[in-house]
Write a protein that binds this ligand. Structure first.
Ligand SMILES: *[C@@H]1O[C@H](CO)[C@@H](O)[C@H](O)[C@H]1NC(C)=O
Ligand SMILES: *[C@@H]1O[C@H](CO)[C@@H](O)[C@H](O)[C@H]1NC(C)=O
Ligand SMILES: *[C@@H]1O[C@H](CO)[C@@H](O)[C@H](O)[C@H]1NC(C)=O
Ligand SMILES: *[C@@H]1O[C@H](CO)[C@@H](O)[C@H](O)[C@H]1NC(C)=O
Length: 405
């Protein structure tokens, strides 16, 4: 009888101890079956952040967030894992691509700023709103930030100025207002897409300090002249300034942009002659100054550019075009409609032209700068014909809100 009692007591104590061990030693197999096991402690750390964000999502028409369950974060739709730069044997949440997911959330605060290993964040075409948290400056690896085609408001997200590692910034198609801090042009960005907002700013003199390859300022309210420092921005490949309120004459320094394939300043209020230095844009394929107040002779050296596919000068007040330019009109390369060259088709009326020239017009720079050709070319015949280009140019793609770049 007594031994049975002691046996029962022993079993009781054993069970009690087992229970304690189970509770205290977290490395024993869990008793509750849905305690999650993560591939890496870094993933365990971001799991609650993602779940909290998921609960703030108000619309998810494509059912994306239904995949955001369980411990395998690397398999969630839109989430990508990789080895972080500070520990190549770890696995971390490195990249988020929500492009086209159409998710609605009032804010991204408390989400991306809490994902310490994030290197890329792309969220084109969602309905994320609010402002951009200053805390994202604490993300040491973030180098691509794409918030394009969302509902962000307020002033330019100045936090990006504190992110020296950023190379790709895309905030086009939002409702940002106010000015753009000129320091953005001092940063080592390769892509700067800020078109289609409500930015208002006189283009700053340091614009030419930019290291960007692609620069889209189109469809805003930028004012003032194109700074002559632009000639120093030798990495520029595509530049879109169209549909702003730019004034003044075109600086001849644009002619230094040897790598530029696209330069588009259409639909502004630029005036003066077209500088002959544009004839040095040896890579240029698309050159657009249509819809401005330009006048004078179209330089033959510009029409003779060897890589031109499209030279758009319609809707200006040009008065002369030489034989090379006329050949390019025939080929469909040059558009000179709605100007003041009365032996060409589709020109402005004489009255309209007379009215325009009755106003005094001048450029602040000596008129001689318009004749300088810094590269010294002097074409005598039209360039060989080029096939039109099939590849969609990067910067023009940025002008459609749903395109992912
Ligand atoms: C916890 O479990 C580990 C291995 O699972 C074991 O080595 C360790 O001794 C246990 N610690 C305690 C306090 O029981
Ligand atoms: C690197 O990551 C692995 C896997 O998470 C981890 O076990 C290891 O302790 C980490 N090393 C350092 C130096 O943090
Ligand atoms: C271009 O850069 C050089 C050297 O930094 C500088 O001296 C020059 O003033 C700059 N040009 C313009 C037009 O800003
Ligand atoms: C040439 O460029 C102008 C201005 O960007 C554009 O409107 C026009 O459609 C282009 N023409 C061709 C044939 O691509």
């Amino acid at each position: 009888m007594g031994s049975f009692f002691y046996l029962t007591l022993t079993i009781f104590i054993f069970l009690l101890c087992f229970h304690c061990v189970c509770c205290l030693n977290i490395s024993l197999p869990p008793l509750i079956p849905d305690i999650l096991k993560f591939l890496d402690e870094r993933l365990a750390l971001v799991y609650p952040i993602i779940q909290v964000f998921k609960n703030t999502i108000t619309l998810d028409p494509l059912g994306i967030t239904s995949t955001w369950v369980g411990s395998d974060i690397c398999q969630y739709k839109g989430f990508y894992c990789d080895h972080p730069p500070d520990n190549l044997s770890a696995t971390a949440l490195a990249s988020i691509d929500f492009n086209g997911f159409q998710l609605s959330a009032p804010s991204l605060d408390g989400f991306i700023d809490q994902l310490p290993d994030l290197a890329l964040f792309h969220a084109n075409s969602n309905n994320f709103a609010g402002t951009v948290s200053p805390k994202i400056a604490n993300l040491p690896f973030l180098y691509e930030l794409d918030l394009s085609n969302n509902n962000f408001m307020g002033t330019f997200p100045s936090v990006v100025l504190n992110m020296p590692g950023l190379t790709f910034l895309d905030i086009r198609f939002n409702s940002f207002t106010g000015s753009v801090p000129p320091q953005i042009f001092m940063q080592t960005l390769e892509f700067l897409f800020i078109n289609n907002n409500n930015f208002k700013l006189t283009l700053p003199d340091n614009l030419g300090a930019t290291t960007a390859f692609y620069l889209t300022l189109a469809n805003n309210k930028f004012t003032g002249p194109i700074p002559k420092s632009i000639g120093n921005a030798s990495s520029l490949i595509e530049v879109l300034l169209l549909n702003n309120l730019l004034t003044g004459c075109i600086p001849y320094e644009i002619g230094f942009l040897k790598k530029a394939t696209v330069f588009d300043a259409g639909n502004n209020r630029l005036t003066g002659p077209l500088p002959c230095s544009l004839g040095c844009l040896e890579s240029v394929e698309q050159l657009n100054f249509a819809g401005n107040l330009l006048y004078g002779k179209v330089p033959e050296v510009v029409c003779g550019l060897g890589n031109l596919v499209n030279l758009s000068l319609s809707d200006n007040y040009f008065t002369q075009a030489g034989p090379i330019c006329r050949e390019q009109i025939k080929r469909g390369v040059l558009d000179l409609r709605k100007n003041c060259i009365h032996d060409l088709a589709d020109q402005r009326s004489v009255k309209e032209c007379t009215e325009f020239f009755s106003q005094p017009r001048s450029c602040l720079r000596p008129s001689s700068t318009f004749n300088i050709i810094p590269c010294g070319v002097q074409p005598t015949k039209p360039p060989p014909r080029r096939g039109s280009r099939r590849k969609l140019l990067v910067s023009y793609a940025a002008l459609s809100r749903n395109n992912r770049l």
